[in-house]
Design a protein around this ligand. Sequence first.
Ligand SMILES: Cc1ncc(C[n+]2csc(CCOP(=O)(O)OP(=O)(O)O)c2C)c(N)n1
Ligand SMILES: [Mg+2]
Length: 261
Amino acid sequence: MATAARKAPAKSKSRSDGKSAGVSAPKPVDFTKDEELDAYRRMLLIRRFEEKAGQLYGMGFIGGFCHLYIGQEAVVTGMKMALVDGDQMITAYRDHGHMLAMDLSPRGVMAELTGRRGGLSRGKGGSMHMFSKEKHFYGGHGIVGAQVSLGTGLAFANRYRGNNNVTLTYFGDGAANQGQVYESFNMASLWKLPVIYIIENNRYAMGTSVSRSSAETDFSQRGASFKIPGIQVDGMDVRAVKAAGDLATEWCRAGKGPLIL
Ligand SMILES: Cc1ncc(C[n+]2csc(CCOP(=O)(O)OP(=O)(O)O)c2C)c(N)n1
Ligand SMILES: [Mg+2]
């Protein structure tokens, strides 16, 4: 999913038509007024929360790491709007927005960031390590790419239990070059697991740009060897993300296996 704030992401010349294995990028959905307001509130909450977190980090009130999600708000917001109760989410360390999108209490997240007892991990986990089984949020992981295998495992559990839930597994453009991602792709496709792999392409992994680190920069095609279709989505457009989220969740619930956005 492209999330560059300044420029449109560079698209690969060969396969940027949004089509893969018969799956095409859907048209952005039309929101009702209530949906419009809901999306706006959710995105604004994340933006304001992150501005405060950045400020508190600078002032020394937040220890350890603090990765902000400013500029990527539309991705988690649009995807959350496509979920039903019981659907799960797992992500990396840039996770405050994902937690707020899954309705974890902003107070609990902020208390965790500032190392307080009232924090979601009792002040012991910090920015990268928060969980809520009740809200179906499975972290918060600092090892780049590790959450992809864990998310695939969550999807396996859903399949095994025979429920109809879907797991959203988020990772970055940098994490997309990790080996365990492809081991997970293989098993997810082989066993038709209900997992949506959402690659948030913000064009950098720490300081390294996508073009310097990635042989295939169209991340929607990364599942090609495993017969996992992928769609390029404009992560700056919450309506486009919601449309892609609707398509992907229906795809998974129909038993067709994983999909990459
Ligand atoms: C296994 C592993 N290798 C290296 C690191 C150091 N590291 C932390 S963040 C990061 C870059 C990840 O970039 P990306 O996946 O694009 O996520 P973004 O920060 O852009 O959201 C790296 C290499 C790590 N945490 N884990
Ligand atoms: Mg990145």
